[in-house]
Design a protein around this ligand. Structure first.
Ligand SMILES: [Zn+2]
Length: 423
């Protein structure tokens, strides 16, 4: 509901009920709870020639924090509930070397950004956290996975929640990238989307019927570990010949180690390729072809409306995307061969923007849950009362992020409630 108000700027309660499919009684309950929490403001106005109470998202209704941990960076953004970003920063950090050190850097950055905009942690309503590894079904800890071993023994969401004093919701970074592009980028207006993040590793965030699909164990979309060569090099996951052993940063950089000893990062590789360096262009193009093979097969299985490619490697633009696109008709069945493959519009910010979306959605969900607890048992608040289009737009029906730092949370109730969808 908050998303609907945010998207339209201002709405009456009747308009909210029509857009979301909620009953007028439910809308009234939620609006007043959001107003009590200072998330929205109410004022008299004229809607459709008649007097009506207008609902707006308050610009001073609190803040959310988005945290994106890559393998080599941390990006932090602070926004209000209308997604107006008030402060943002990226720092280089070897995130895999020490989880506790990386979390300390993030905590310090959050404090600095809040200070810059003249506020404190008290104003933070929720935090979204992205990590470059699959999150387990509880949504707070990493799935059993031999990547990021220093993170395996801690609960990063709980750790940060205790230090930031706000609920923290975690997800895989590609899932957040998909959410960022769905709201603000090339995925707007699309309900079935495959977002491919090509950076140090390779992963996909899958949006199916408007929902981010995480799978039974939380590892859906791990396309970097599809087997391309059964007898190929051993991958960080323990298998052999995964796609990542062909297009992951360490492998691409190894290809040019002798010819380009000064090129040590994917960003430098892309810069050289864009500057016309033939060797770097070849490495990027071959990566595009390999990713295209998997993207085509992914389209055969999932049939997205659009494939959006983000991550550091995607900064190469058509040097990466043209070979990727050319692989599609070669390996995809005819019904999906023409699936558009486009670059992410939010660039390297997709994941942190997705983290902000996750935080706002979960903040809203807590209010929806409170409303559930108060609602009479008449079925008016059940999923069945929601128009399918509104539910499809909701975007989080199958997400079961565990809230950390808010013991009152009950996601059994959350799973029955719709939440606001893409703007
Ligand atoms: Zn692998």
């Amino acid at each position: 509901m908050l998303a609907a108000v945010r998207a339209h700027g201002v709405l009456s309660q009747a308009e909210i009920a029509r857009i979301t499919g909620l009953s007028p009684a439910s809308v009234s309950n939620i609006v007043h709870q959001l107003a009590d929490a200072d998330a929205v403001e109410l004022s008299p106005g004229i809607r459709g020639g008649r007097r009506a109470q207008e609902v707006r998202v308050r610009s001073d209704g609190g803040l959310v924090v988005g945290l994106d941990f890559g393998h080599r960076h941390i990006r932090v953004a602070v926004s209000d509930l209308r997604f107006v970003v008030r402060a943002e920063r990226r720092v280089e950090c070897d995130v895999g070397a020490s989880a506790l050190s990386a979390l300390a850097v993030a905590e310090k950055l959050v404090g600095e950004l809040l200070e810059e905009i003249g506020t404190t942690r008290c104003g933070v309503r929720a935090v979204g956290l992205g990590l470059p590894a699959p999150m387990g079904p509880d949504g707070g800890t990493l799935a059993a996975w031999p990547i990021l071993p220093t993170w395996a023994t801690i609960d990063p969401a709980r750790h940060l929640a205790e230090r930031l004093g706000a609920p923290v919701y975690a997800d895989n970074d590609a899932n957040l990238g998909a959410r960022g592009e769905l709201y603000f980028g090339a995925g707007r207006g699309v309900s079935d989307l495959a977002y491919i993040k090509a950076a140090t590793g390779l992963g996909a965030g899958l949006v199916v019927a408007g929902n981010v699909y995480r799978g039974f164990a939380g590892s859906a979309g791990e396309i970097g570990h599809l087997t391309i060569d059964e007898m190929g090099p051993v991958c960080s996951c323990g298998n052999r010949g995964c796609l990542e052993t062909m297009v992951g940063a360490p492998y691409l950089l190894e290809l040019i180690r002798h010819s380009h000893p000064d090129v040590r990062t994917v960003e430098q590789l892309v810069t050289c390729a864009l500057a016309g360096d033939g060797g770097c262009q070849r490495v990027v193009a071959d990566a595009g072809r390999h990713i295209g093979f998997v993207a085509a097969n992914l389209c055969n299985v999932v049939n997205p409306e659009r494939v959006v490619v983000g991550g550091d490697l995607a900064a190469a633009g058509d040097l990466l995307l043209e070979p990727l696109r050319s692989a599609m008709p070669r390996y995809a069945v005819v019904t999906v061969a023409s699936t558009p493959v486009v670059a992410a519009l939010t660039g390297e910010r997709a994941e942190v923007l997705g983290a902000l979306v996750l935080a706002v959605e979960q903040f809203q969900r807590r209010h929806d849950q409170a409303n559930d607890a108060d609602a009479p048992v008449d079925g008016s608040g059940s999923d069945d009362s929601v128009h399918p289009a509104a539910r499809s737009e909701a975007g989080l029906d199958n997400v079961h992020h565990r809230v950390v730092g808010d013991p009152a949370t009950d996601f059994g109730a959350a799973a029955r409630r719709p939440v606001g969808g893409p703007a």
